[in-house]
Design a protein around this ligand. Sequence first.
Ligand code: GLN
Length: 451
Amino acid sequence: ATVEEYLAAIEAKKHLNAFVEVYADEARARAKELDASTAPKGKLHGVVIGIKDVICHKGHKVTAASKILEGFTAVFSATAVERLLAEGAIIIGRLNCDEFAMGSTNENSVYGKVLNAADETRISGGSSGGSAVAVQAGLCMASLGSDTGGSVRQPADFCGIVGLKPTYGRISRYGLIAYASSFDQIGIFSQNIPDAALLLEVIAGPDEYDSTVSLKPVPQYSKELKKEQKSYKIAYFPEALNHESLDPEIGAAIKNKLEEWQTQGHTVAPVTFDLLDYIVPAYYILTTAEAASNLSRYDGVKYGYRHPVQNDADLDIFYKNNRSAGFGWEVKRRIMLGNFVLSSGYYDAYFTQAQKVRKLLTNKLTLIFNDFDFICMPTAPSVAFKIGEKMTDPISMYIADIYTVMANLTGVPGIALPLFQHSRYHMPFGLQLMSSHFNELPLLSFSHNIL
Ligand code: GLN
């Protein structure tokens, strides 16, 4: 589709609230410029992409869907954005999300909720809800989100599209507004696997501005995607597929798929997994701790929102006014939780314990990946919730991250694949595959075969 067609679609689907800002004139001008250019065409020549409002794009506003960054304009571009532009992509706008990427429904946004295009009485998922719906509703060809504990895979699952969270350290986080730095990774939303492969190959790889990016060479995923049938070894956790929180139809669909793979010649085997009940608590302890520290920079002094009533005589009150009015409830809850688990009296009981869980889990996954190519799991325990359904019950909202946080706790890549339709709710859902670190290529190849 052309820029004009996407702009018309964005206008027609405005009520979904996926975009918080559309760069209509800029996108038109860039399309013209690309058309007129005689330079060799980039890999993404004219490809229309949207980016989540946590990714910096020089000269454009970026707010992490928070009042505290109201009016802030990015002074540099994220490495991922630079690389998209260098290959000829057209960035069409900034996409809605949960405030500082904290949430699972996109209801914690200063811009309001995003509607799921498959059923507008349901949420998009989150935190990258705008990024998911923009691709779902055909408002751009692909989009970038961020995934700290499932924020790309879960909304992709809820919207019936592909969501890829690469290995931690595959894509530079330079210019990505931090939530929990040792978990955060930029991820990709697309309609199909070749698009995801192409975007990944463009944005991945070493970056002098982020020392946590691996120096491993980046495969030409889009060219090396293999269509031919290879037999893979796939592990699954019976505990995950029989979990009490899982919608039985989702469990049954995945079990059927596993059987189908087995009859196709893949090796499919159960692996005992006894850490399931520990991973969500460990995730929320560690991420809130990192978030409390990362978000301490938003004090109203350097950038963003400043409360109109100021008491110049007392710096503490000045900070308190700015932060009290600037942050939303979910972010405040997490800052408090994070400071609590890091406080001297409780550090060992919470933070240290959670780190141990993270280590145990990493060791467990290493062992599994010695014997298997992939782990197959649900992406989410249910289809997209109804608007407001979980807003009053944060714990049940957190528990719903049970299947996605594992990949971020351990750093392995995960992909959500849209394969099914729920017979009762008429909503899409799929399954999730994870591979060992930096094995995105087999992950994408197998995904390509089954999608
Ligand atoms: N729902 C998870 C959370 O609220 C995941 C968020 C994310 O991946 N950014 O922390």
